[in-house]
Design a protein around this ligand. Structure first.
Ligand SMILES: NC(=O)c1ccc[n+]([C@@H]2O[C@H](COP(=O)([O-])OP(=O)(O)OC[C@H]3O[C@@H](n4cnc5c(N)ncnc54)[C@H](OP(=O)(O)O)[C@@H]3O)[C@@H](O)[C@H]2O)c1
Length: 343
């Protein structure tokens, strides 16, 4: 690990780190940032020969000289150990993002245990940064509308199970397992807990969190649900990972979340920024906008100098990226709005 107090300096020169699930939405931005910082990066992917998934990584600045893609599966500890051998740091981002318990729980939980054990086994790894989620933080019936949650909060596993929120259940189990095992194996672990992540895609295929926005633009849904959610920009999430890795004093959990918005507010911002699309204007079933949702404190990250981008810019960057990638057809718009002056 190296000391770095500035985001721009080439703090990674001469240092090798591994990123699991390198071709994913968040991981791709993290790999890009680490290469910009001068790190040598070993990205794990399930199939390094899959160009459709990996070409964007090989096209990154510095990739030809300092990025290698190695095969690893979360359920195969030896493949992870082979990838981590000689690395000083591991960023564990790989995980399915689904509410299907069959697909989610085993790779999230046993995969995370395998990552911690493999990192401890190889002996060279000084710090693991694990991408958890606010899903491991706020799913607790004791939180009232508008309550602020922070790093001391943990989702209630029984509540996740009873509400069939298997993504939150698995991320909570995975993070708990990571803390227990890191303690047992005496491995330095730092955790980032992002809210729903938006922003431009580097990869070609859409991922779950950006689909959350696409569905409001392509006519897939005619109404929005009575629900609220916190959003964060993918660049802020990548910055958070690099910052907590490089800061020797970093420890524990770091929430990484912007303001909580009702879906109605999201649709109103999208409608103003992109009036050319059929953005829903009504709440499902004619219900009012009653749900307030929790607020998330990103104070610990702010103390490390990591800020959060306004939600309107997160939405703007997501939509323009979907257009550039051809995932959302462009339409002519006469409106000119500045996302930066919106919430
Ligand atoms: N996006 C969000 O809103 C959000 C919010 C909070 C936390 N997170 C967390 O951030 C991390 C990345 O999310 P993302 O949105 O970037 O997801 P993503 O784009 O779907 O990427 C997930 C990555 O995990 C890999 N993966 C899945 N199962 C695997 C397995 N068994 N072995 C090896 N690799 C496997 C996938 O590889 P394949 O392409 O081969 O399937 C993919 O590269 C996840 O841990 C997620 O829980 C995401």
């Amino acid at each position: 690990m190296c000391l770095d107090n500035g985001a721009d300096c080439a703090s990674g020169h001469g240092h090798t780190v591994s990123v699991t699930g390198a071709s994913g939405f968040i991981a791709s931005w993290l790999v890009k940032l680490l290469l910009e910082k001068g790190y040598t990066v070993r990205g794990t992917v399930r199939n390094p020969d899959d160009d459709a998934k990996n070409a964007h990584l090989r096209a990154l600045d510095g990739a030809a000289e300092r990025l290698t893609l190695v095969p690893a599966d979360l359920l195969d500890k030896e493949s992870l150990a082979t990838a981590f051998r000689g690395c000083e740091g591991v960023f564990h981002t790989a995980c399915p993002v689904t509410d299907d318990p069959e697909k989610m729980i085993e790779p999230a939980v046993n995969g995370t245990k395998n990552v911690i054990n493999a990192a401890a086994d190889v002996g060279s790894v000084q710090r693991v940064v694990f991408t958890s989620s606010i899903g491991a933080v706020y799913m607790d019936p004791r939180h009232g509308p508008g309550d602020e949650v922070d790093e001391t909060c943990w989702s209630d596993l029984e509540y996740c199970k009873n509400t069939k929120n298997w993504y939150c259940y698995a991320k909570t189990m995975a993070e708990q397992a990571a803390w227990e095992l890191a303690k047992e194996r005496r491995l330095d672990l730092v955790v980032v807990n992002p809210s729903l992540v938006l922003g431009p895609l580097l990869q070609q295929a859409i991922n779950a969190s950006t689909w959350h926005i696409l569905k409001y633009l392509d006519g897939s849904v005619q109404t929005y649900v009575d629900a609220a959610q916190a959003y964060v920009h993918v660049r802020d999430v990548a910055n958070a990972h690099a910052r907590v890795y490089e800061e020797p004093r970093a420890c524990g959990r770091y929430l990484c979340a912007g303001p909580t918005l009702h879906r109605g507010e999201v649709c109103r911002i999208l409608g103003k920024l992109f009036p050319e699309y059929p953005v829903p204007t009504e709440c499902k079933g004619g219900a009012g906008e009653t749900v307030k949702g929790c607020r998330f404190s990103s104070r610990r990250l702010a103390e490390l100098g990591v800020g959060v981008t306004p939600a309107s810019l997160c939405l703007y960057d997501t939509v323009t990226s979907l257009q550039v990638k051809g995932l959302l057809p462009r339409r002519t718009s006469s409106a000119v709005f500045d996302p930066v002056v919106m919430p």
